[in-house]
Design a binder for this molecule. Structure first.
Ligand code: 6PG
Length: 249
């Protein structure tokens, strides 16, 4: 793995602006090199501002939406119109404002009988879209947040999902943080197959878990974000000053 890159931003606003710069650069490069850009979106409260700004960036650095394809890193086991849904967040802040064509959006299904079936279904969706990538999908950019307990996507501390290595997607019972619902999530192998992973981390409540992960002072089972180590892709962290307050620079 290349050395992870760390950018510390003044505050959440600067983090969102920097994130959009980063994402649009990745999009342009992917489209120039391979004709399309695939991104896995993250959920939680941090990425909303980034999505809003991305949707509304109409300058020459804007993204060619006709060549951009949206996936999800994880989803809560609720309907897509539920306030807790990661799809709903993305829909309201990015996909609808940017008028993304529905056939460019690959939501994790939450209307199947069980999260296990949804995980299997989404694995097939990925395998179909990334058919040339054997055996794992190679997503151009995977966005991730960091949970207060160090979880990433829906890979929770001590969970069985951490050990799944035979599928790009799995499911999980709830972690200890809200919302307390089952999840569907990319696995480590899928995240680590990405061309680029970008963490967005904001706020003082993330200071301890971020320091644990960045300084390598916790095990993967305790702080699952430790397990994000792209095999041949890049890893970048955008962290605001409050979240970076526990690392000495
Ligand atoms: C989810 C996520 C999750 C999130 C972190 C950080 O569905 O909850 O995708 O991994 O990124 O929990 O969330 P916040 O930004 O809300 O702190």
């Amino acid at each position: 793995m290349e050395k992870p890159a760390l950018t510390i931003c003044r505050d959440a606003d600067q983090l969102a602006e920097t994130a959009v710069d980063f994402i649009t650069r990745q999009a342009s490069a992917a489209i120039a090199q391979r004709g399309r850009f695939s991104i896995a979106l993250t959920g939680g409260s941090t990425p909303g501002e980034t999505y809003r700004r991305w949707a509304h960036r109409h300058d020459p650095r804007g993204t060619d939406w006709t060549k951009t394809y949206f996936f999800f890193g994880d989803e809560r086991w609720v309907r897509h119109d539920d306030e807790r849904s990661n799809y709903k967040l993305a829909q309201e802040t990015l996909l609808a404002p940017a008028a993304i064509a529905p056939d460019h959006v690959f939501a994790m299904p939450t209307d199947l009988p069980t999260p296990r079936e949804a995980a299997e279904h989404y694995a097939a969706t990925l395998q179909n879209f990334f058919a040339g990538d054997d055996p794992l999908p190679v997503i151009d950019l995977v966005l991730l947040g960091l949970g207060e307990d160090g979880h990433v996507a829906s890979l929770f501390p001590g969970a069985a999902s951490l050990a799944v290595d035979d599928s790009p997607v799995t499911w999980s019972p709830p972690g200890t943080l809200p919302p307390s619902v089952d999840r569907v999530t990319l696995t480590y192998p899928a995240i680590n197959a990405a061309r680029q992973v970008l963490f967005l981390v904001s706020g003082g409540r993330k200071a301890r878990p971020f320091a644990d992960v960045w300084l390598g002072r916790a095990a993967r089972d305790v702080r699952p974000a430790v397990g994000v180590r792209p095999t041949s892709g890049g890893l970048a962290w955008l962290v605001d000053a409050a979240a970076a307050s526990e690392i000495a620079r």
